[in-house]
Design a protein around this ligand. Structure first.
Ligand SMILES: NC(=O)c1ccc[n+]([C@@H]2O[C@H](COP(=O)([O-])OP(=O)(O)OC[C@H]3O[C@@H](n4cnc5c(N)ncnc54)[C@H](OP(=O)(O)O)[C@@H]3O)[C@@H](O)[C@H]2O)c1
Length: 246
């Protein structure tokens, strides 16, 4: 499997977790100096995740992709939050299972959130099997918060850790676990951790979630506040071009 944004704080953990889970793992990074970040046995590909030659190499033999790249800024949000998703879904020559990390609160309109949400929609439209994980606030966990909770509807919009917390390691574990779990397919959820024991198996937690709504291309209970009819023409065009690609 391939980790996009592998140099990032979640990406690095996702690479280690994927290797630990027994996946043949490729880390896609943009700076060759970051190659030493990964455990022995990681295949490293260096290049931009929007470049055709890089992607031909990175996607060779890959049947699972974890997207962990992301920005907090608005001015590069399209480039970071959306373009790699578009380029990779477009470049795939055979189906691959997708795990896409966006963010809790992504349906609260901001330029950064909207580009993440457009990435989510491309994945949902593609016909690929996928899971979309919207993590809560990183690293505010208390030491006894091991119990994972998956929420839907993206109703927590305070914009601070009162919305829910989750550790980077927990996020990496759920992203990687989703790739090999049929009950996680076509599901979108916010991920937080609460007081209690870790679940030994996430299958029942994934199974309890409502699948995504194919008609709206949003999460099942998401607010309808980014209507496709009001989207920029090129965004609509790119979505239509990748619709049911697989
Ligand atoms: N903080 C929170 O509580 C929280 C909660 C939920 C979601 N999030 C989301 O998490 C994301 C940040 O994740 P993080 O903390 O892991 O950040 P990070 O450590 O800074 O990692 C960001 C990753 O994105 C990659 N990237 C940056 N610019 C890129 C570009 N132009 N093209 C492709 N990849 C690019 C980086 O690669 P390089 O090393 O090559 O630049 C790096 O791998 C944000 O999108 C944020 O909204 C944060």
């Amino acid at each position: 499997m391939l980790v996009v944004g592998a140099s990032g704080s979640i990406g690095r953990l996702a690479v280690a977790q994927a290797l630990h889970a027994g996946f043949t793992t490729t880390a896609l990074i943009r700076d060759a100096n970051q190659a030493s970040l990964f455990p022995e046995g990681t295949r490293v590909v260096v290049g931009e995740p929007t470049q055709a030659d890089t992607l031909a190499d990175a996607l060779d033999g890959v049947n699972g992709i974890v997207f962990t790249q992301g920005t907090y800024r608005d001015d590069d949000a399209e480039q970071v939050n959306y373009r790699p998703v578009h380029a990779i879904v477009d470049a795939l020559t055979s189906p691959a299972r997708i795990a896409l990390m966006t963010a809790l609160g992504v349906t609260k309109p901001t330029p950064g959130h909207d580009w993440k949400r457009r990435g989510e929609r491309l994945v949902r439209a593609s016909g690929l099997p996928y899971t979309i994980v919207r993590p809560g606030w990183f690293d505010y966990n208390e030491p006894d918060e091991h119990h994972l909770v998956m929420l839907q509807g993206d109703t927590r919009w305070a914009g601070n850790s009162s919305d829910g917390v989750v550790s980077r390691q927990q996020i990496a574990e759920v992203l990687v676990a989703s790739l090999a779990n049929d009950k996680a397919d076509h599901k979108t959820f916010e991920l937080v951790a609460e007081k209690g024991e870790a679940q030994p198996d996430l299958t029942p937690v994934f199974a309890a979630l409502q699948p995504d709504d194919e008609a709206t291309l949003d999460g099942p209970k998401d607010r309808n506040n980014l209507p496709p009819s009001a989207e920029p023409e090129r965004v609509v065009g790119e979505l239509d071009a990748l619709r049911d690609r697989f």
